[in-house]
Design a protein around this ligand. Structure first.
Ligand code: SAM
Ligand code: DTB
Ligand code: SF4
Length: 327
C-alpha cells in the first residue's frame, strides 16, 4: 500500500531497526513493486558549470568557494546532443542536464535549454533537467519541449537546511517541486548524507519526501563528495551502513519510486554497491563524471552489472505501463 501519512515515529522505528532486518524488509518491498534485476542507467551532463551565486556548503560550483571547477558558459545545443547520443550508445536511457543556476530566467539561455530538451527527447531518451528554481510557467514550457523529469533535491531536513544553504529556504524548494508536479513532469527529489547532519535530520528529510501529496518518482541518495575549497571539504566519509539505512528506509516508505544510488559510488566497492541494490536501490548515474566530480568508469559498471546479474531498465517504462502497452 502506498502511504503519504507516515508519522515521524514510524519512520524512526524503521530507520533504527537492526540493519539486516531493515535490508530484508526493504528487499521484500522492492520485489513486490519492481523487477530486482533491473537498474535504471542515467547519464549526467553539466551544461553550465560553476559561477553559481548560491552558497550551498557542499557544492564545488558555488562562485564564492575556490575549487578546481572551471567555469563554463552554457553549452551549445549540438554539443549536448552529441553527448546524449554517446550516453545512449553506452546504454543510458535517461539524460540529465544540470546548470549551476540559482533559478531559471526567461531569456535566450532558457530558450536554448528548451531546444536541448527537445533534441534529447527526439533521441528517444528520458530527458531530465536540474536548473534550480522554476516558476509554474517555466515548468510548463519545459513540459511542452518534452521534458520527462526534473531533479530538485531537498538535500537535508528543514531544520538543518539553514546550516548548509542560506541563500534560499526550504519553502522555495518545495514550491518548485509543486510547480514541476503541476506541469505533470516526473519529480526527482532526494538529498545528500554526510553534511554533518544528525540521524534525526535524515529521518526528517525522508519524512518530508514520503509525505508529499505524491511521492517523487525518483529519489536520489547522494553521499557527500567532499571537494577542496568548499566549507565541507574535511567532512568524514559516510559509511556504507548509513547509505544502506537511507536507501532501505526510502524504499520502504516510497515503494514505487526509483531509488538512485547517486554521488559517492567511486568510493564504494562492488560489494558495498551490491548491498545497496539489495536494499532497494534501482538506479545509478553512469559515465566517468557526475557533474564536476569523478564517477566509476563505464567498463567497471558493466562488469558489476554482469557479476550481479543486473540489466539496464528500458526508457519510458512507467509511461508505457500506464498506457497498457507493456505487459
Ligand atoms: N543548481 C541546481 C540546484 O541546486 O538545484 C542544479 C544543480 S545542483 C549541482 C544539483 C544537486 O547536486 C544538488 O541539489 C546536490 O544534491 C547535488 N550535489 C552538489 N554537490 C554535491 C556534492 N559535493 N556531493 C554530493 N551531491 C552534490
Ligand atoms: C543528484 O541527486 N545528484 C547529481 C544530480 N542529482 C544532479 C549531482 C551530483 C553532483 C556531485 C558533485 C559534482 O559532480 O559536481
Ligand atoms: Fe548552485 Fe546548485 Fe551548486 Fe547550490 S547546488 S551552489 S544552487 S549549482
Amino acid at each position: 500500500m502506498i502511504r503519504n501519512d507516515w508519522t515521524r515515529e514510524e519512520i524512526e522505528t524503521i530507520y533504527h531497526s537492526p540493519v539486516l532486518e531493515l535490508v530484508y524488509r526493504a528487499a521484500t518491498v522492492h520485489r513486490q513493486y519492481h523487477d530486482p534485476q533491473e537498474v535504471q542507467v542515467c547519464t549526467l551532463l553539466s551544461v553550465k558549470t560553476g559561477g553559481c551565486p548560491e552558497d550551498c556548503a557542499y557544492c564545488p560550483q558555488a562562485a564564492r568557494y575556490h575549487t578546481h571547477v572551471k567555469v563554463h558558459k552554457l553549452l551549445e545545443v549540438d554539443e549536448v546532443l552529441e553527448a546524449a547520443r554517446r550516453a545512449k550508445a553506452a546504454g543510458s536511457t535517461r539524460f540529465c542536464m544540470g546548470a549551476a543556476w540559482r533559478e531559471v530566467r526567461d531569456n535566450a539561455h532558457f530558450d536554448r535549454v528548451l531546444d536541448m530538451v527537445k533534441g534529447v527527447n527526439e533521441l528517444g531518451m528520458e530527458v531530465c533537467c536540474t536548473l534550480g528554481m522554476l516558476s509554474e510557467s517555466q515548468a510548463q514550457k519545459l513540459k511542452e519541449a518534452g521534458l520527462y523529469a526534473y531533479n530538485h533535491n531537498l538535500d537535508t531536513s528543514e531544520d538543518y537546511y539553514g546550516e548548509i544553504i542560506t541563500t534560499r529556504n526550504y519553502t522555495d524548494r518545495l514550491d518548485t517541486l509543486e510547480h514541476v508536479r503541476k506541469a505533470r513532469i516526473s519529480v526527482c527529489s532526494g538529498g545528500i548524507i554526510g553534511l554533518g547532519e544528525s540521524e534525526q535530520d535524515r529521518i526528517g528529510m525522508l519524512h518530508t519526501l514520503a509525505c508529499l501529496p505524491e511521492h517523487p518518482e525518483s529519489v536520489p541518495v547522494n553521499a557527500l563528495v567532499p571537494v577542496e575549497g568548499t566549507p565541507l571539504a574535511e567532512q568524514e566519509r559516510v559509511s556504507v551502513w548509513e547509505m544502506l539505512r537511507m536507501i532501505a528506509t526510502a524504499r520502504i516508505l516510497m515503494p514505487r519510486a526509483m531509488v538512485r544510488l547517486s554521488a559517492g559510488r567511486v568510493r564504494m566497492s562492488t560489494e558495498e554497491q551490491a548491498l545497496c541494490f539489495l536494499a532497494g536501490a534501482n538506479s545509478i548515474f553512469a559515465g566517468d563524471k557526475l557533474l564536476t566530480t569523478p564517477n566509476p568508469e563505464v567498463d567497471q559498471d558493466q562488469q558489476m552489472f554482469q557479476l550481479l546479474n543486473l540489466r539496464p531498465r528500458k526508457a519510458f517504462k512507467e509511461q508505457q505501463a500506464a498506457c497498457g502497452s507493456v505487459k
